[in-house]
Write a protein that binds this ligand. Structure first.
Ligand SMILES: Cc1cc2nc3c(=O)[nH]c(=O)nc-3n(C[C@H](O)[C@H](O)[C@H](O)COP(=O)(O)O)c2cc1C
Length: 214
């Protein structure tokens, strides 16, 4: 199929642009954590703690890859899951989502979130997960960072992507969260999410979160 945009993007973006052009079926999988892990008042249900730390696993996910990693991490570290959801849902159509994401990035929009969270600064550690969108994180993650005054919180980023790795998301994270202690990230290619959980466990262990037997 002809796709004129493909020539103008950077090499790192080619893979996801190609996906759009070839009718890739990365449809959003709608089983979110907004009901499952959030209480009736919209606050996250606290997981049993074994690390002695208050841990949040906050993530945005459009088609489910980052959600799968976030759920795995939350189980391993006994963290609370919090899904960052835009109040105005992103289109299910891949190309339409790509276009909207680009407009939001260019205008540096902070989309309103479906569920507010403002106590992010009360956690010892925040795992922050997102897909790489246009080489950085989706704008709802920027809203989350604006609304939560994280101060010197330990923030541990994780990202899924179509070939572009973390892009410049870490640079933007440092800018939006200048006092955070940003620790070693992990990036996972979207095609390898299912097979990467052992790698995730190794990363967690190196960060001081030894996986416990489940
Ligand atoms: C709007 C949009 C923009 C994307 N931009 C990029 C990009 O710049 N670089 C990249 O490697 N992948 C890009 N991708 C691919 C996603 O990062 C990848 O499929 C990711 O695993 C999706 O995670 P999710 O299932 O949690 O939404 C993009 C996907 C979408 C929908």
């Amino acid at each position: 199929m002809y796709c004129p945009n493909i020539t103008i993007y950077l090499a790192a973006m080619a893979m996801f642009s190609l996906g759009a052009c070839t009718g890739r079926t990365d449809k959003p999988r709608r089983k979110t954590d907004e009901g499952g892990s959030l209480g009736s008042q919209g606050s996250p249900v606290r997981a049993k703690k074994t690390t002695g730390k208050k841990i949040l696993v906050a993530y945005f996910s459009w088609s489910g890859n980052t959600r799968a990693v976030a759920r795995h991490i939350a189980k391993k570290v006994d963290g609370e899951l919090f899904e960052i959801i835009s109040a105005n849902a992103y289109p299910e159509n891949y190309s339409a989502a790509v276009v909207r994401a680009k407009v939001e990035l260019n205008k540096d929009i902070r989309p309103a979130l479906k569920t507010a969270k403002t106590d992010g600064g009360s956690y010892d550690v925040i795992f922050l997960g997102y897909p790489n969108w246009w080489n950085t994180f989706p704008r709802p993650v920027a809203t989350f960072l604006r609304d939560n005054h994280l101060g010197g919180t330990r923030v541990i980023p994780f990202c899924t992507h179509g070939g572009g790795g973390m892009g410049f998301s870490l640079k933007e994270l440092r800018k939006l969260c200048p006092d955070c202690v940003i620790e070693k990230e992990i990036d996972i290619a979207s095609r390898a999410v299912k097979s990467s959980m052992d790698r995730v466990d190794g990363w967690l262990a190196r960060l001081g979160f030894p996986p416990k037997a489940l």
